[in-house]
Design a protein around this ligand. Structure first.
Ligand code: GLC
Length: 739
């Protein structure tokens, strides 16, 4: 439809029809037989509004979306199609690794390919918008939603944000993509104490320097929607925060797309204590230019009374409705309310072989080799060695993580299946060994009944049998592969935890096998950095595999047996202990740094009972190759606009590898304190066996800008240090003067 027609359509609507467009309800309100059933009475939403609702939350599937759309339009006076929006975070039916794993690939181009497939499958499945990418910067592994983030660095997160938006939206006009809704704007990942939905409070400088770049990158990449975050910023919940939504997002960044609240976040302005009732909540959110109220009655029931009271201008509502109509129009819904989705297209698109192949490639590039004592890995599948695969994740298809709501674990390749594709049956023994968790009671919060919970736990008899069987198998094995990790439901939304070691039952079980002095490998399955300090002491080789997705088992086997040389690098620090959190590589020096020249012993910034450094730092990861950095060279010792920084990297092994070369800088003196290191560029380069490559970076003045003491975004002349290396710790350095 032509834009001017939209204005006509807008002005043809009643206020009830307009307000309906600004309300989003979940699937249970749209019973496919009729529109007027479902728990709207819980929200107290009238039938008039319900029959004019503008969008649907988390319904997908071509048949179901078509039926709801058809039923809705048959009864609709205004004939404005519904928008179907869903959480398709890292895969629709073909599920990729969780974003914290994608973050470890340091390969935005590959991630863009993955999200192109996610867009295709989602469109075929009837989704119009996805609430992705989640680009919240994270520094605290206690927070369950680390799972959905690409990590602790704003530059790396920004690179992934644009790659994901581009992937999802590049085929929009070919009806093979979907609209992207970046979230959670803003700084949700800074929840105090890593506790879900907790307060966020920080300086504007930290907000702009560290937390905003990834959202800005998504907006600059053209994401169609932005979702508000549950948290406060500077004492005002974002969903009602004019500074964040209006001043920054709309006016400074020029975003004129749709802003949608997070789930019930408009009404939660009451719980925050910033609104006394639904009416005040609706007032604050509308004034902040939040367009759609997700799953709360505030807009539905209070916008028209606010209009009548003269407290809000009708133009505010009109602008919000127009943004929603423009999005529907951009997606071609007026011409085709089904956007080309069909059961036939769904059948031919979902889980295609080439989609699975890419999922395997991405999963393999996301795995991080954390330890490889005596080069135990890769294993030789032809060697006549007995391998025991043991642990709750060995023969288990639950590898897609919490936020893969449209994926099916039955599609997933288990680790057992992956190993079986390499090993003769007589050389592989698979034992459960121990239970996943000591107790499953916490699942009650997710609706699990007592019977379901009891059925999950192993009886004492079963535990004894599993242990004895595993011990017997371990005696006969040459190598033990532990497939261990946190439960799917222990990360993701509302998954904050204070003890982030492997579950105790698993740690105790492993100890009983480690004493057998076999070669040991740990596969760590998790949605967050776990504290692996104990395992780093006792296990020979450790692979961090995240929740690796539909092709997880194949990707892990390819790495274990050397078909793929691991290239993953951590995008989030792995702490030595939970007491260190939040921990991140780009911290400030402080007045008494650990390596202080003026203070020594006790009186420096440190703990009495833990190192300052993480167990495994940002950017860290090993490969099967022997890589040596040398010859760091600057094109000059003075830089005005540009400086070239180069390094030689030699691969002395007979195995080619993908090496992620990282360039960091330190601004030694600034008008505000500056981080000890900041990632500025990275290059993932192929290095053939016995080859040496030169990698050069061209650093620009623009990259040295920051929010100065006067909050100007500029570079300040003075001394800088350039660091180059395979991670944020093991670097070569050289100083230069910015003039
Ligand atoms: C949830 C999440 C958000 C999700 C939304 C819709 O509470 O915070 O990430 O997109 O609700 O399901």
């Amino acid at each position: 439809m032509k834009e001017e027609k939209l204005q006509e359509l807008l002005h043809s609507l009643t206020w009830t029809e307009k307000v309906g467009q600004l309300v989003q309800l979940s699937g249970e309100f749209f019973n496919t037989s009729a529109l007027t059933v479902g728990p709207q009475q819980k929200l107290g939403i009238s039938d008039e509004i319900l029959s004019n609702v503008g969008s649907v939350l988390n319904v997908a599937g071509a048949a179901k979306t078509k039926e709801i759309q058809q039923t809705y339009l048959e009864k609709s006076r205004h004939q404005i199609p519904l928008l179907f929006m869903a959480d398709i975070i890292y895969g629709y039916r073909t599920v990729f690794p969780i974003p914290l794993g994608l973050g470890a690939s340091w390969n935005p181009d590959l991630i863009e390919e993955a999200y192109t497939i996610i867009g295709k499958e989602s469109q075929a499945g009837g989704a119009h918008v996805t609430f992705a990418p989640m680009v919240d910067l994270v520094r605290d592994a206690r927070w369950g939603r680390c799972l959905e983030s690409t990590g602790e660095d704003s530059l790396l997160n920004a690179a992934y944000a644009s790659a994901m938006v581009n992937g999802l939206q590049k085929n929009l006009d070919k009806q093979e993509g979907i609209a992207s809704c970046v979230k959670h704007f803003a700084a949700y990942g800074a929840a105090e104490a890593g506790r879900e939905y907790n307060t966020v409070d920080m300086s504007e400088r930290r907000l702009r320097q560290d937390y905003l770049p990834s959202y800005k990158s998504a907006v600059d990449a053209g994401c169609k929607m932005v979702m508000t975050s549950f948290n406060t910023y500077d004492g005002v919940p974002v969903t009602g925060n004019e500074f964040i939504l209006k001043d920054i997002l709309r006016e400074e960044w020029g975003f004129d797309g749709v802003i949608i609240s997070d789930y019930a976040a408009v009404r939660e302005l009451i719980d925050h204590g910033i609104a006394k009732d639904n009416k005040e909540a609706a007032y604050l959110a509308m004034k902040a230019t939040n367009d759609i109220d997700m799953k709360s009655p505030c807009y539905a029931n209070e916008l028209q009374p606010l209009l009548k009271d003269g407290r809000i201008d009708g133009e505010l509502i009109n602008q919000a409705v127009l943004r929603v109509l423009k999005l529907k129009n951009e997606l071609g819904l007026f011409e085709d309310p089904y956007r080309g989705a069909s059961e036939a297209k769904e059948k031919e698109t979902l889980l295609k072989e080439d989609h699975r192949a890419l999922a395997k490639k991405v999963a393999a590039e996301s795995v991080v080799l954390l330890k490889n004592k005596n080069n135990l890995l890769p294993l030789n599948p032809q060697a006549d060695e007995k391998i025991l695969l043991v642990g709750p994740y060995g023969d288990n298809q639950e590898l897609i993580g919490l936020w893969a709501v449209h994926g099916q674990t039955s599609d997933t390749v288990s680790i057992k299946a992956g190993l079986e594709s390499y090993l003769k049956p007589e050389n592989l023994c698979v034992e459960k060994g121990c239970d996943m968790l000591e107790s499953y009671d916490f699942l009650g919060e997710f609706g699990a009944t007592k019977d379901m919970i009891d059925s999950l736990s192993l009886s004492d008899e079963e535990k004894k049998t599993y242990l004895e069987s595993a011990l017997a198998a371990a005696e006969k094995a040459d190598t033990i592969i532990f497939a261990m990790g946190e439960h799917t439901m222990q990360s993701g939304e509302a998954g904050s935890r204070t003890d982030i070691r492997l579950p105790q039952i698993q740690r105790e079980f492993m100890k009983q096998l480690i004493v057998l002095n076999k070669k040991t490998i740990l596969l760590s399955i998790s949605g967050r950095p776990l504290v692996l300090t104990e395992e780093a002491e006792t296990i020979d080789a450790i692979l961090q595999v995240w929740f690796p997705g539909t092709e997880g088992g194949h990707a892990i086997a390819d790495i274990l047996f050397g078909q793929t040389n691991p290239s993953g690098r951590l995008s989030m620090s792995f702490p030595y202990s939970v007491g260190q959190l939040p921990i991140y590589y780009n911290e400030f020096k402080t007045g008494r740094p650990l390596t202080s020249a003026t203070h020594s012993g006790r009186f420096v910034s440190k703990y009495l009972d833990s190192p300052n450094a993480p167990l495994f730092p940002f950017g860290y990861g090993l490969s099967y190759s022997d890589i040596h950095y040398s010859g760091l060279t600057l094109s000059d010792t003075k830089m005005s606009e540009e400086l070239t920084i180069s390094v030689q990297i030699e691969n002395t092994s007979n195995r080619a590898c993908l090496e992620t070369v990282q360039l960091y800088i330190q601004d030694v003196v600034g008008s505000v304190v500056r981080p000890i290191k900041e990632l500025k560029q990275f290059k993932k380069v192929q290095i053939a066996e016995h080859a040496t490559v030169t990698v050069a970076f061209t650093l620009t003045r623009e990259e040295l800008k920051f929010y100065t003491c006067s909050m100007n975004y500029e570079a300040e002349n003075g001394t800088f240090i350039a660091f180059v290396g395979p991670n944020s710790t093991d670097t070569q350095e050289a100083a230069f003067e910015l003039v």
